[in-house]
Design a binder for this molecule. Structure first.
Ligand SMILES: [Cu+2]
Length: 399
């Protein structure tokens, strides 16, 4: 017996440091862990990405063609677009409890369901159970009720405690299923935007508007930004949420987002639109929004995707349809059905490079300088990647 205990104790003592040792490196460094696979994907990404990840490579090729194609011809004086400043408390967290104010029909339905029905139901049930517990504890305590009842069946009570939960579940299921039906049966889309998650930024393609692409990076704080590069101001949005290029969509239009990823799983989430969709490599997920109110709305990547997961925010600017057409024009895109004033820009010319990209042509670090064979052939519209030059300098190799 004692021998057995001794052995167990010995084993325990022996294992403790082992266990501790095993945990020490793994525990405090989830970042390293996350970064490790990232680094491995980044290192061979050069040759690989050429084929698999079209947006990572053509930095060298497209950058040059993009700039030279646009600068002289297509857009003589690239019209500037006045981006709106966000409204504090709208489309962003502001410290209040509860859900953000919703700006889509589905979001309004869902938040009303949550606030007015689920919360009320939860509160009522919790209070009822608490009251029953208190009543039992006080009324049937030993001092007041020394001989307990031997009753083992009571048909009325049993019917009630079976029926009431069933009714509660039905009362939750009906509006819940109705909400899911609304969420997953979108009306025909007026505009489709392809959303692509990348470590660690988002790119957005507009296949309906000539297939141009924008690349959206988080804006750094003034103190963190390299000298001469753009940094965040309050007009851009809150810290860690403001981006250099916003996803712009028209108000009142049904916008379909096709969501995918270039590397690992990300998640495209916009709390004020009640939208969260995983971005999986090799898979197209779909979600939709219809936002009535122009404004700027912020979200974040919502699937742990590596070391800089916290720094790939999403900013959507909802504008009037007229301003949307203006914005598309500034990106070198076209509106469907519109006859372009200039000769129809080929797909490379359409990939206009923003001034920011020209001023700060950050080399896509880690990417091979070899121009991919696909860069020459205009691939599927939207596979041209002008904005890659826009990528923030903090690319995987820095980590
Ligand atoms: Cu992420």
């Amino acid at each position: 017996m004692t021998l057995k205990f001794g052995l167990i104790a010995l084993a325990a003592v022996g294992m403790t440091p082992l266990a501790a040792q095993g945990q020490t490196p793994a525990n405090p460094a989830p970042q390293e862990q996350a970064a490790a696979p990232a680094a491995t994907t980044a290192a061979p990404a050069g040759p690989n990405a050429a084929a698999a990840n079209p947006s990572a490579t053509p930095a060298a090729g497209t950058d040059a063609t993009g700039v030279s194609a646009v600068a002289p011809g297509a857009a003589p004086a690239a019209p500037a677009f006045d981006h709106a400043a966000p409204t504090p408390g709208i489309g962003m967290p502001d410290g209040r409890m509860g859900l953000q104010e919703q700006f889509t029909p589905v979001g309004r339905e869902a938040s009303a369901f949550h606030n007015n029905w689920l919360l009320a139901l939860c509160a009522a049930m919790s209070l009822l159970v608490l009251a029953l517990l208190l009543w039992t504890m006080i009324k049937y305590r030993r001092s007041a009720h020394p001989t307990p009842s031997r009753t083992s069946h009571n048909t009325v009570v049993e019917v009630i405690w079976t029926l009431v939960p069933v009714l509660v579940l039905v009362a939750i299921a009906v509006p819940s299923i109705r909400l899911i039906r609304h969420q997953y049966s979108p009306p025909p889309a007026d505009l489709t935007v392809k959303v692509i998650g990348n470590q660690w930024y988002w790119s957005y393609q507009y296949p309906d508007n000539g297939g141009f692409e924008i690349v959206s990076n988080m804006l750094k704080e003034k103190a963190d930004a390299a000298a001469g590069t753009r940094f965040r101001t309050d007009a851009d949005g809150p810290r860690l949420l403001a981006v250099d290029e916003r996803l712009v969509i028209p108000a009142g239009a049904v916008v379909k987002f096709i969501v995918t990823s270039n590397d690992v799983i990300h998640s495209f989430a916009m709390p004020a639109f009640w939208t969260k969709t995983d971005a999986n490599p090799g898979i197209l997920n779909e979600t939709w929004v219809k936002v009535d109110k122009p404004g700027v709305y912020f979200g974040q990547c919502s699937e742990l995707c590596g070391a800089r997961h916290a720094f790939m925010p999403i900013a959507i600017e909802v504008v009037t349809p007229e301003r949307f057409a203006q914005w598309v024009a500034t990106k070198g895109g076209t509106m469907p059905g519109a006859t372009p004033a200039v000769a129809p820009a080929d797909s490379t010319a359409a990939t206009q490079v923003s001034p920011a990209a020209v001023s700060a042509p950050a080399p896509a670090a880690g990417a091979a300088p070899v121009a991919p064979p696909t860069a020459a052939t205009p691939a599927a519209p939207g596979n041209t990647t002008p904005g890659v030059a826009n990528r923030a300098p903090d690319s995987p190799t820095k980590l």
